[in-house]
Design a protein around this ligand. Sequence first.
Ligand SMILES: Cc1cc2nc3c(=O)[nH]c(=O)nc-3n(C[C@H](O)[C@H](O)[C@H](O)COP(=O)(O)O)c2cc1C
Length: 273
Amino acid sequence: MAKKILGFVGSKRRLGNSDVLVRTVLSKCADMEAEVEIIYLDELDIRICRGCLACAFKGACVQKDDMTELISKMLKADGLVIAAPTYLFSPSGIIKTMIDRALMMSSYLDEVDISRPAVSITVAGNKLWNPLGVEFLNQFCFAFGFSVIDYLEAYAPGPGEVTLNDDSMVSAEQLGVKLLDPEAKRRQPDGYQCPVCFSRCVRISDKDNAQCAFCLTESSIKEDRLEVKENQESFWTPDHRKRHLAEWIFVTKDRFMENRQQIKENLSKFRNK
Ligand SMILES: Cc1cc2nc3c(=O)[nH]c(=O)nc-3n(C[C@H](O)[C@H](O)[C@H](O)COP(=O)(O)O)c2cc1C
C-alpha cells in the first residue's frame, strides 16, 4: 500500500519559500509512489488553546475547529514534512498555536506510532536571525507523534527566492527520499545539539552537564558533543506522556479541588472590575 506523506505549510505566502520547499519534498515522495497531501495551515480554523484541559480530563477538546480532523490525518500519515517562515526569530505563530493544542494527543497515546519519520524545514531571511526555527518545528513533530530524522535550514528573504538556491532545493528533494526510506539514517547531531531533538538551545547546568531547553533531555557535555545520560526517557514517548498525565496533570485536579474555596475567596476581589 502506498505510504501517505503529509506536508504542512506554515506561511500565508503561496509560492513562498516554505510552500515551494514542502512541494519539492512532496513531489519527490509522489515520484516514489507515495500518496501526498499538502495542507496550508492558514486555511484551517485552528483556535488558541483555552487551557480548560478537557482534552486530558475528558478525552476531547471542547473547541469544534479543524484540530480534531488534522490530528486524525496525522495519526493516519506515514510521514510528515513541515515548513514555516521565521518571524521575529521564531517560526510563524500558527506553529506555536498548534503545539499548544498537542495535549489533544493524550487520547491517542496507545495508538500513535512514534517511529514514523518527520522532517522539518525552517525558512528565514538571514542565518544570523533564526535561532529557534529548528527547535520549535522539531518540537511540533515530536508533540504530534513523529520522530524527526532530518531538517533543513533554508535562507531566502523574497517569496520563492529559495528556488535560486540549488543546495536548498536539492536538500529538499533528499528529505523526500529520506522520508520514504525505512533504512534512512537519522541525521547526526552536530556540535552541541541535543542528540534527541537537534535543539541548539541547551541550558548548561555546570561544566559537565546540560539540559535541552526544548525536550528537557539531560546530557553530559563531552569534548565536542552532548551525550544523552543513561536512563533518560524522551519527554515525547507515549509512556512518558502517560506518566506526565497521571503523575502531574491529573493530580493538579485534586489539589485544586482541595483549595477551591480559598481560591474562590482570593479571586472575589478581582471580580467585577
Ligand atoms: C514579519 C516578518 C518577520 C520576519 N522576521 C525574520 C527574522 O526574525 N529572521 C529572519 O531571518 N527572517 C525574518 N523574516 C524573513 C522571512 O523569514 C523570510 O522572508 C522567509 O523566506 C519567509 O518564508 P515564506 O516565503 O515561506 O513565507 C521575516 C519576514 C517577515 C514578513
